[in-house]
Design a protein around this ligand. Structure first.
Ligand code: C2E
Ligand code: MG
Ligand code: MG
Ligand code: MG
Length: 279
């Protein structure tokens, strides 16, 4: 009976899986084309500090404008890029663009670039970072790399060594989407990150769920005792902002403070180096 049920499941699932695989392969082909034909761009989202009342930096977020499908969200194509290996080319492109852009800014604020697990296990990452910094003339202290717990989890020993080498360059490291991975606390005692970013999902539930808010407060106090700044991601409303601020959070990113915008827009709006109005 169980066997029959299993067989049924297999039959039921197979066509769907096929389709999924085909779709993913299709997206990968299209993404390869997108890289070569300039369909990709980068938006920059402001990161602010309450203590200094100013802009800490901008996070580079890749955008794909497909000629037929329109805007394709990173959540859809980044995993496929990762799977197909295209992330190496894509990631290098984002890194180079973002560093080149930041090098032209009047303000000495940072540019934050997301790194995928595969980029991180690439042997040549350190060399790439050095080359891009030299090419673009960006001071290493102005580059921050954002990586998630899962990236480090993949190959811990390698990851910790590489992180130390990157830090030695002067580049800073942020732990992104904190709280959503498996081994947060273990990672925190193994490496001294320059920043912890509390995942947006915590911020979104903070007001309606006391337990979530308690966890956020615990992370903020952990940051304080480890002397690591904690940034809240996904701040959308003034009440989320004041709740987090009152809890002792000092750094913020989210639609309330600024949406991800094309580079020209940020420079034109004169937002660079000024105090964000929401703060
Ligand atoms: P992330 O690194 O955690 O980036 C923050 C995401 O939250 C961005 O989504 C941003 O647009 C979104 N966000 C910011 N503020 C708010 C807010 O107030 N409310 C809501 N609902 N969302 C907000 P995006 O741009 O869609 O990117 C999603 C994820 O894709 C990123 O999460 C990152 O993991 C990945 N990603 C984006 N660009 C790159 C890239 O160049 N390389 C790599 N490896 N991954 C990237
Ligand atoms: Mg990020
Ligand atoms: Mg994040
Ligand atoms: Mg994320």
């Amino acid at each position: 009976r169980a066997k029959a049920q299993l067989a049924q499941h297999v039959c039921f699932y197979e066509p769907g899986m096929d389709e999924l695989v085909r779709k993913r392969r299709n997206v990968a082909t299209e993404l390869r084309k997108a890289l070569d034909t300039g369909q990709l761009s980068i938006h920059y989202q402001v990161q602010t500090s309450v203590a200094t009342g100013g802009i800490l930096g901008y996070e580079a977020l890749v955008r794909w404008l497909h000629p037929v499908r329109g805007a394709v969200p990173p959540a859809e194509f980044i995993p496929i890029a990762e799977e197909s290996g295209l992330i190496l080319q894509l990631g290098e492109w984002v890194l180079r663009q973002a560093c080149a852009a930041a090098a032209t800014w009047d303000s000495p604020c940072k540019v934050a670039v997301n790194l995928s697990p595969m980029q991180f296990s690439q042997v040549s990452l350190l060399a790439l970072l050095k080359a891009v910094l030299e090419e673009t003339g960006l001071a290493p202290t102005r580059l921050e790399l954002e990586l998630t717990e899962s990236t480090i989890f993949m190959d811990r020993k390698h990851a910790l060594e590489l992180l130390a080498d990157i830090k030695a360059l002067g580049v800073s490291i942020a732990l992104d989407d904190f709280g959503t991975g498996y081994s947060s606390l273990d990672i925190l005692r193994s490496f001294s990150f320059d920043r912890i970013k509390i995942d947006a999902s915590f911020v979104q539930d903070a007001e309606s769920d006391l337990q979530t808010f308690s966890v956020i407060r615990a992370v903020l106090s952990l940051g304080k005792s480890l002397n690591i700044p904690v940034m809240a991601e996904g701040i959308e409303t003034p009440s989320q902002f004041s709740m987090l601020k009152e809890a002792g959070c000092d750094e913020f990113q989210g639609f309330l403070l600024g949406r991800p915008l094309p580079l020209e827009h940020i420079v034109q709006s004169g937002q660079m180096g000024l105090v964000s109005r929401a703060v």
